[in-house]
Structures are given as C-alpha cells and as structure tokens.
Design a protein around this ligand. Structure first.
Ligand SMILES: [Zn+2]
Length: 215
C-alpha cells in the first residue's frame, strides 16, 4: 500500500463484501481502492474490526459482543489491537502477493501467530460449530486469531499460488481463484468486471469512430 494517509469513513461492517474466498483474504480486503492515492480504510475502530470478524464468520456473535464490551473498559488496549490488526493485514497483503517470500514479513507473521491466543477445541452455538479461542472472552486480540489461522493454512498450502489481485487498476482486492480455468480476473464480475467491460467497450467504440472519421 502506498504511504498516503488513508481516507476514513463511517462504515457498517455488516455491509462489507466477502469475495476473497478465505477469511484471511477478506481481511486483506478491508481497504478499498488500495491502488489509488487515497485508499479507503474500513477498520476505523476496534468495534468495526470485531463486527467485521463476526460478519465474515471468524467469531460468533456472543464472543464478538463480549469483546466489544471488554474494549469499552480498556480503550487503549483496544486501539493497540486495532493497530496490530492493520499492520498484520499489510504484512499478509505482501505475503500473498509477493513474488518471493520476504523473511522479515514471515517473521512478522510468525510473531503475531505465536502471540495470538490458541485454539482449544470446538464450541457449539446451537448446531453451529466453531473454534473455541483460548481466553476468547477476555483477550481483545482474540479477534485476530481466526484470521491468523486462516492465513497460516492458506500460506502453507499450494492454494497460495492461486491468490490473485483484481485486474481493475484501482480496486486492489485479492481473492482465491477457485475457477476451473484459473483465469478469474475480477473481485466481482458485477462490480469491477462490468465497470471495466463498459470502459473497454467505450474506448473501443471511440477508436472505431475515430478511425471511421479518419477514412
Ligand atoms: Zn475489484
């Protein structure tokens, strides 16, 4: 990501699109228009981070509510976790898209992974099963753990080579290309795909008109 200040906006985490195909990739996509000079940051406070994690399936609602209550009691700690979340997100972005693995980034990832609370089994919420996080009710950084597990699994698998960036010039979202042809270009056809198709169509018809009038 470039070093320009990130424009922020009031967000509703529940409206965020989940197109990455893996929790960790959806996490990397919590910045919009990453390739422009003014990317938009979605993770504007700890509460948004937790609500995003619930929305994306990383945390159950009850744990999310408890973490938000805990954050209200310790705003400083919550803002530290948010800062760490954003730093690890940028590390993940580089690890997934880099041509080679940067050992410094790998160290950063491993440090965050080791520090994160571990999985202590499965918990159920009705018929739904999810990982139970050690200290998940008190540790504010529990919100990051599922993202780190997801990232470790994907980075260590051959699927890592199927992580691509949307072909749009500004979007910058990344996704796991699960298409059989392995030629998925867009984060979403109905979004970047159509916009680019329309742009190409427009410039082609402009060229055709120009060449017709030149004849
Ligand atoms: Zn896109």
């Amino acid at each position: 990501m470039n070093s320009e200040p990130i424009a922020t906006r009031a967000t509703n985490a529940e409206t965020m699109k989940l197109l990455g195909g893996a929790l960790c990739l959806d996490f990397v996509n919590t910045v919009d228009w990453r390739l422009t000079s003014q990317p938009t940051e979605w993770l504007t406070d700890y509460g948004v981070l937790v609500r995003w994690a619930v929305h994306a399936g990383g945390l159950d609602l009850e744990t999310g509510d408890r973490l938000i209550t805990g954050a209200e009691r310790d705003l400083k700690a919550a803002s530290r976790v948010l800062g760490r979340a954003i730093a690890i997100r940028e590390t993940l972005h580089r690890l997934f898209l880099g041509d080679t693995i940067d050992p410094l980034d790998l160290n950063r990832f491993n440090a965050a992974f080791v520090e994160a609370p571990s999985r202590i089994g499965l918990a159920h919420d009705g018929d739904e099963l999810a990982w139970a996080i050690e200290g998940g009710e008190e540790r504010l950084d529990a919100v990051l753990a599922p993202v780190l597990w997801s990232a470790a699994e994907l980075l260590a698998s051959p699927e890592r080579l199927r992580v691509r960036r949307c072909a749009d010039h500004a979007c910058g979202w990344i996704f796991l290309d699960a298409s059989r042809s392995a030629r998925r270009q867009w984060c979403a056809m109905e979004d970047c795909g159509n916009r680019n198709k329309a742009r190409r169509h427009y410039s082609r018809s402009k060229q055709e008109k120009a060449s017709q009038s030149a004849q």
